[in-house]
Write a protein that binds this ligand. Structure first.
Ligand SMILES: Nc1ncnc2c1ncn2[C@@H]1O[C@H](COP(=O)(O)OP(=O)(O)OP(=O)(O)O)[C@@H](O)[C@H]1O
Ligand SMILES: [Mg+2]
Length: 264
């Protein structure tokens, strides 16, 4: 079986693509309240799974103080995962806060995030599939926005609309927002991811003046569909399971850290 994962040619080339762990920890510790949003205006693309693995990576591997904010009024899957694993007696290395956008406890996302940013190193926000208002609020607050999806038109269908919404909402962002797409649930046995990246780069309507070229991370950092991802609802992922997520994070943060160093 051929392996279509685009590997860097050498260790040196790989190091060129990822930030060193110490640089990430230092950057996060000095600024604190690093807000990462995971969102697409579509359900079932792998957002909550991404949130879980990123939260585990930042807390367990990087030793940072992490809080996850579940904004998904419909499924609240990460909140239910958290409650279930607490009941099971699992040690969960990050905190969880629920953000209802309706009802008596509803406050704006900005208000919800303010104290969390002061208290924690990393704040990871899980966006529900359809809540455009919360998505817009998050684009004004986050420093990094990740859009995971499987490599199929059925999954990426709403990404162009999401990118356009993010681009207009990011104007309100005072720190600057870095937005990245990546593919998850890849089996690396076909050219599907490559084909889908090419299809998404084209303005199929050919007349959309707001078309945003999807800002894909390097294909090497796409995430596999290794079985532990599906199993993670019941079984806490192991440290080794976090490795590919670590590379993805280090790659996404390389650009952010360098960008800010240049400005400084
Ligand atoms: N890398 C992966 N490998 C295998 N299965 C995955 C992977 N990522 C996600 N899944 C599976 O895909 C399904 C959808 O994932 P997830 O619940 O994370 O999506 P979501 O975008 O949060 O959905 P919703 O919009 O309903 O909140 C789940 O069954 C999950 O186990
Ligand atoms: Mg979800």
């Amino acid at each position: 079986m051929s392996n279509w994962r685009h590997k860097p040619d050498s260790e040196k080339e790989l190091r060129r693509l990822i930030a060193p762990i110490q640089a990430i920890v230092k950057w996060v510790k000095t600024r604190r309240g690093f807000v990462i949003g995971v969102g697409i205006l579509k359900g079932g693309t792998g957002k909550s799974t991404t949130v879980l693995y990123l939260a585990l990576y930042f807390s367990l591997v990087l030793g940072l103080d992490v809080v996850v904010v579940d904004t998904d009024d419909n499924s609240q899957s990460i909140a239910r995962w958290y409650a279930m694993h607490k009941r099971m007696g699992d040690k969960i290395p990050f905190k969880l806060v629920v953000h209802p956008s309706t009802g008596p406890d509803a406050i704006s996302l900005k208000k919800r995030l303010r104290p969390l940013r002061e208290k924690h190193d990393v704040v990871i926000v899980d966006l529900g599939g359809g809540d455009k208002e919360t998505f817009i609020d998050l684009c004004a607050q986050a420093r990094l926005l990740l859009m995971p999806s499987a490599p199929s038109g059925w999954e990426t269908d709403r990404i162009q609309a999401t990118l356009q919404t993010a681009a207009s909402a990011a104007i309100l962002n005072q720190e600057g927002l870095s937005v990245y797409n990546f593919f998850t649930r890849c089996d690396f046995t076909s050219t599907l991811a490559e084909e889908e990246r090419e299809a998404m780069a084209e303005d199929l309507s050919d007349e959309d003046e707001d078309f945003v070229p999807p800002p894909f991370l390097d294909p090497y950092f796409d995430i596999s569909k290794a079985p532990h991802h599906g199993r993670s609802w019941n079984v806490m992922p192991k440290r080794g399971d976090l490795e590919e997520w670590g590379l993805l994070v280090r790659h996404a943060m390389k650009g952010i850290i360098e960008e800010e160093d240049e400005v400084a």
